[in-house]
Design a protein. Sequence first.
Length: 328
Amino acid sequence: MITMSGTSLRAPHGNLLLAVWILLLLCFGTSFAKEGTPAGKALGETSKKKLIGVWESPDTTRGGLGAIYEFRNDGGLMAGMGALVNMTYDPQDPNLQQLLPNDKTPDVDDRPQKITDGPVGSAPYVGVWKFRHYTGGYAYQQITTDGRIMLRVPFPMPWGRYEVKGKKLRIIRQGCPPVDVVYKVTDKTLDLTAPGKKTQRLIRVVPTWYHALTESEAEEAKIRLQQIISSEKERRQPAEPDEVKTHQEDTLNKNSWEQSTQKPIEKTESTTDAYERYRGIKGIVLKNGNVIEGRIISWNRDIIKIRTKDGKILSYDFKKDVKTFITR
């Protein structure tokens, strides 16, 4: 039986201010630091080398969001946010082929690509995968041999630049005043203290298995996201009278059937895209003890859709509702 349990995403209250801290960091003006001595400049170069790489929050908000920073050797800086989700699976389960991403998506650009292989002799699903995310950009998923699944979704945000000024970092973003931030960097951690704010700690991603979106990827994601929003607005236009009548009839039929005390959200849409990917799963067990038998037809974000034996399509929140899976 496959057991995939998400780690706790409830962080200390202070981390709920992460988003506010980043925005203040980007647009909070302060005076420039003075140039240092030659020895100080040499120290700055050494510190700059230590900064290069990807850094992320050790904790997240309740929604699974955290900071993602990337310092480039050319002085480029991404001080952004993204989804940081960690889960586990049972490496001994005999039906783990379902972890292989679906490679039958019609759009070749949207198909998951394996960018890093796992250790020699490991299962084909082990490694790092990159795929198009619904936010318009790209997501990265790392599956390890010891039962860990790590999902990272960097949000599309504009790049800026950074300069090392002695013990301070100068953050330069287009449209915002420069900010001098006190920093302390080691091989594993980076502490940043904006003027008048609490120190924010980041941890280095080692090895660097994912990156922030590049400038071109972020711009492309922005365009895609605008297209998605426009499509959603069109889809939600008022229905024609016949469609309204059909919807009312479907609603009456829906309300006459209840599978569990955790009332699911029923959908009339259907898809078979995920049949192959999750073919080893024949049902789910809810946290309230109820068993839902059927086939998973999609798993987007944290929402799992399952088609029951009587044709109903139900939606459940993976973190809140699902306890485990039933495999063949």
